[in-house]
Design a protein around this ligand. Structure first.
Ligand code: PLP
Length: 395
């Protein structure tokens, strides 16, 4: 099998897996119990990981709050802001292509404040329409949430401009950098946003670990959503997942060192997939696949391709050795068309012709060769079946 669904989740880096097992077996204390050696050792492991994640983000001004993943971090951020909202600031703004975790959390936050959720349009590439965003963010808005990079089509938002617009209106900005980490530089986005969120399992770390990164001046104003034993600066009660956090920390350190190299490799391979697949299909008189999102300004590992006239499920079924997805994997149990592809202007029919291919650190040139030949063969078969059906219909 060839795994090309790294935006859904990444395999754990073997270096990280080794550390997770070591910590799981060797560090048994509770980091909150500093009165004995086992507790202190666990607290040291958590602190070391906090430093590694902070170094990846390049920020000194902000605190890293460990969570179970990006979804929880988004909820602690947006709901926490909802609970602490005061006066006329009760509304929230998001971009139309945000991850469902942000959409659902912002809906809840608006329910908490009794305010409304406003949704800014995105353009054909999936980038937030700054003019529309500007018109929605006003003195009634608590916070806006705009992702750095999109999980389905890889589009990249201009976070410094987004932050400037939000701040001019006195609103805060939460930036979801989950898909950007290790793929494009994120330090500027994290520095400009007031809150950022990321997830270990999208960057070769273990599942069940993530972080909310929060400007220190906000820490005291944000109301805790998960109250408890006061862990994570009182913002996320509950005993920390020490092995998961240790693995997340090491994954962050590896991403700091190797992210750029991974990105360069993946850029070369995704470009090759588009060119070779396109050349093969065109040479056989078949439609070229259309790239959704921006051709140049996208995550280097991500391709969202539309095979005009070919049903994506049929293409995937005809390439059983490839592990790829239609739309976002987090939503694949749901059959409604992807809200991201709909937001960039595709019809429901066009959405049903789209597949997402996302490469990762462990994708090889051989994997890419197989992906190109399997997809070319699969699309050719689906177009041939379509032709036969059309012939049958006509007779
Ligand atoms: N944000 C983005 C952009 C994602 O791609 C995902 C996962 O698909 C999430 C948030 C949710 O992350 P987690 O699985 O860590 O809750």
């Amino acid at each position: 099998m060839v795994y090309l669904d790294n935006n859904a989740t990444t395999p754990v880096d073997p270096r990280v897996a080794e550390l997770v097992v070591d910590v799981l077996c060797g560090v048994s204390g509770n980091p909150a119990s500093s009165s004995h050696r086992s507790g202190t050792r666990a607290a040291e492991v958590v602190d070391a990981a906090r430093t590694q994640v902070a170094e990846l983000l390049g920020e000194q001004r902000q605190s890293v709050i460990f969570t179970s993943g990006a979804t929880e971090a988004i909820h602690i951020g947006l709901l926490g802001l909802g609970f602490s909202a005061q006066g006329q600031r009760r509304n929230f703004v998001i971009a139309a292509a945000e991850h469902k975790a942000v959409i659902a959390s912002a809906e809840l936050a608006a329910r908490v404040t009794g305010g409304e959720l406003r949704v800014a349009r995105v353009d054909r590439s999936g980038v937030v329409d700054l003019e529309h965003f500007d018109s929605l963010v006003d003195e009634t808005v608590v916070a806006a949430a705009v992702m750095h990079a999109n999980n389905e089509i890889g589009s990249i938002n201009p976070i410094p401009d987004v932050a400037h617009t939000a701040h001019e209106a006195g609103a805060l900005l939460l930036c979801d950098v989950t898909q950007a980490v290790g793929k494009i530089p994120i330090a500027t986005a994290v520095a400009r946003a007031d809150l950022s969120v990321l997830s270990s399992h999208k960057m070769y770390g273990p599942k069940g670990s993530g972080a909310l990164v929060i400007d220190r001046h906000l820490q005291k104003t944000l109301q805790p959503v998960l109250a408890g034993g006061g862990q994570e600066r009182g913002l996320r009660g509950g005993t920390q997942n020490v092995p998961g956090i240790a693995g997340f920390g090491l994954a962050a350190q590896v991403a700091s060192k190797e992210g750029e190299r991974d990105a360069d490799r993946n850029r070369g391979m995704t470009n090759r997939i588009v060119m070779e697949l396109s050349a093969f299909l065109a040479a056989n008189g078949l439609p070229r696949p259309q790239l959704n999102g921006s051709v140049d300004d996208r995550l280097p590992n991500t391709l969202n391709l539309r095979f005009p006239g070919a049903d994506a499920d049929a293409v995937i079924a005809s390439a059983p050795e490839l592990e790829i997805s239609t739309g976002s994997a987090c939503q694949s149990a749901v059959t409604t068309p992807s809200h991201v592809l709909t937001a960039i202007g595709l019809s429901a029919g066009e959405v049903s012709e789209c597949i997402r291919i996302s490469l990762g650190r462990f994708t090889t040139e051989e994997d890419v060769n197989q992906a190109i030949s399997d997809l070319a063969a699969a699309a050719t078969r689906v177009y041939a079946v379509n032709d036969t059906r059309e012939g049958d219909d006509g007779s």
